[in-house]
Structures are given as C-alpha cells and as structure tokens.
Ligand binder design. Structure first.
Ligand code: UD1
Length: 338
C-alpha cells in the first residue's frame, strides 16, 4: 500500500517513514529540502533496510503536485508534514507562512477529493489551544485566538480539512495535535537537525551541552508553576511517529467514527524547564550552563495533554520517559558533532 509522506525528510517525518516501512507500507516522500537534507534517506535506509522513493518537489508548484498524483495514482494515504514551523519567522513573514502552509494544503486536498477514497493525516499542534483554562487539555478544549501566523496556519489548516471532509465523504482525515516532540531514533541514524540557532528547548540544551552554545537562557522563573518555569508535555518522536501509523491504519481500515477526527498526542505528563534541564544533566552526566532571563513573549504557562482519546480510540500510548527521550537526543547530538 503506497503512502505519500510530505516533509518526509524532516524531524517527525523521517521517524514516521521508518515506522511506516517497518509496518510494510511502501513510502514515497515529497520534500523540498528547504529545512532538511537528502542525506536523511541514508539513515532511513540503514534502519529499515529499504530506501523510500523520494521526489524533490516544492508543493507550492501546483502543476508539479498534479503531475505527481497522475504518476502515483495508487497513493492511498497521505501524511502531510511539509510546513514552515518557526514561530518568530512567521510573525515577520506572514504571507510566506500562509502560502507555504495553507496554499500547499489546498493543492493536496484538491488531489485527494478527486480520488474514490483517500486517507489524510495532518500535523497539527497543541498551539491551537493557546493557554487552555483546564489541565490536562482534552480535544474538546476551545481553540483560542492564535498567537502567531504559524499557529494560525495550524488552526486554519484544521478548519479547511473539516470543511472539505463535510462535503467529501470519500475523504477521511485525522488531525494530530502534537505537544512538544523531542529525541532521536534509538539507532542514532536520524534525529533533529535544526538550522542555525535552535528555537526549541531540547536542541538548545543538547547543543549547549555539546559546547556549540555557551549558555541556555531559561525564559522566566516567575510563572505560577511548581518551580516558576513553564510546563510542557515532551513527547518522544518515535512514540509520536507510531501515533501516525495507528491513525493512518484507522482510516485505511475504515474504523473511524467520523470522516474528520482530532487527537492529542502527548504523554499526559507536564515537565518544567528546570526538570528538563535536570533530565539532561542526569543522562549526560554534565552540568548545563544556564541562566534565568526574562519571559519570552507569547509563551504560555502550562500545557499538557489529556491522552485518553488517543489511548482508547487509537490504542496508542507513549512508551518512553523524558529521561529516555533525552538520552536519545543527547546520543544524537554527540553523533552529529562527533
Ligand atoms: C513552540 C511554539 C509552538 C510550536 C512548538 C513546535 C512558541 C511560542 N511556540 O512551542 O507554537 O508548536 O514550538 O515545537 O515558540 N525555553 C527556554 N529557553 C529556550 C527555549 C525554550 O526556556 O532557549 C522554554 C520556553 O519558554 C518553553 C519551553 O522551554 O517554556 C519549551 O519551549 P519550545 O521548545 O520553544 O516549545 P513551545 O514554546 O512549547
């Protein structure tokens, strides 16, 4: 069964390609390599013993998307990761984000609704909840006004898919709302490859540990949390990848109860920034150089998932602890610096 993975050379995409191939799916990747490298294919091949098909296509080129679906008429499912994801950049360049994340989604959906039957998995984010009023966050928590154009593309993306599903019974879709993905494959063949200075906490920590950055700035210790730093739900990327395979299977096997569904993907456990630092220090045996600085604009205080729906309906549960995920992130950092 042929599955298209857009952005399949990226961080979460590459881990998902591995899990799909391990389950026997035939994978074709589309990636424009704007934030990834063709070398990732080698890592996927080493892990799975199989090289996925790969086409370097920019999804903004509509004619190329149309041509792709003509040549691969046997694609039965699409997992759509390809998107821009830097929150700060999205504020500076909103139109780039709307074109990259919304325009391309529309082109893909146009192809899928023209098929007899199609399954579609969308990368959404817990960012759609903003600062939720209650913890843990369930899927029925209200979607709040987006803090950035990036966040808005996730909200709008979900709405576009929901609207399209309403009038196209042949299209089945699931949006997965990720909490904070981290870590690398246990084989250390694939992992996160941030370009430039990482914006996210875990790669910044591992780069600081590796001596690439001098010091981690902890953004605020005056939040109303156990130690004053923000709380997030850090989910191991391999666990997250497996959630995609289960979601896809649900659609391919026609087990979905609605043709548009939403699931949180997190661990259900919140960790503060200082706890994440402690985890790094524990698994690496190194002291991390960090200092407390002012809050970062736009940060919410606390977000962690209620994962009951994914547990019960998808039969998915996160397996790895924060320490295990951190260890994999550290092993990966050492490998790419080594
Ligand atoms: C961020 C995005 C979110 C996106 C997600 C994708 C923002 C405001 N939000 O989430 O929309 O879906 O990435 O991965 O950018 N921290 C530090 N020092 C650092 C970096 C982070 O203290 O150098 C803290 C942050 O204040 C936060 C936590 O670490 O409390 C996690 O930050 P980050 O990894 O950037 O993720 P989010 O902000 O949760």
């Amino acid at each position: 069964m042929k599955i298209l993975v857009t952005g399949g050379l990226g961080f979460i995409g590459s881990h998902t390609v591995v899990e799909l191939q391990n389950e026997g799916y035939e994978v074709v990747i589309i990636d424009d390599c704007s934030n990834s490298s063709e070398k990732v294919l080698e890592g996927i091949t080493t892990i799975t013993g199989k090289t996925p098909l790969f086409e370097k296509i920019d999804l903004k080129e509509k004619s190329k998307v149309e041509d792709f679906f003509k040549r691969h008429a046997d694609v039965q499912g699409v997992i759509h990761f390809a998107a821009s994801k830097a929150v700060g950049e999205s504020v500076e360049k909103p139109l780039l984000y709307y074109e990259n994340n919304i325009g391309t989604l529309v082109y893909l959906l146009k192809e899928l609704v023209a098929k007899n039957k199609a399954s579609f998995i969308f990368s959404s984010s817990c960012t759609v909840y903003g600062q939720a009023d209650e913890m843990p966050i369930t899927e029925s928590a209200p979607v709040k006004q987006a803090e950035s154009p990036y966040g808005n593309t996730k909200q709008m993306g979900e709405e576009i898919i929901a609207d399209t599903c309403k009038v196209n019974a042949n299209l089945n879709a699931i949006a997965l709302r990720y909490f904070n993905p981290m870590g690398a494959h246990p084989s250390v063949q694939i992992g996160e490859l941030p370009i430039g200075v990482p914006q996210n906490l875990v790669p910044f920590i591992t780069q600081t540990g590796a001596g690439l950055r001098e010091q981690l700035s902890v953004f605020g210790d005056d939040y109303p949390t156990s130690d004053g730093t923000c709380v997030r739900d850090y989910i191991y990327v391999v666990d997250l990848a497996k959630a995609h395979v289960l979601a896809l299977k649900r659609l391919l096997e026609g087990k979905n109860s609605d043709n548009y569904e939403v699931f949180n993907v997190g661990t259900g456990k919140g960790s503060t920034v200082l706890e994440v630092i402690k985890s790094f220090e524990k698994v690496s045996g190194k002291k991390l150089n960090y200092k407390i600085v002012d809050r970062r604009a736009g940060d919410i205080t606390t977000a962690y998932a209620d994962t009951t729906k994914a547990n019960e309906v998808l039969g998915w549960k996160s397996q790895y602890s924060l320490d295990e995920a951190m260890k994999s992130a550290w092993n990966w950092e050492q490998k790419i610096r080594g």
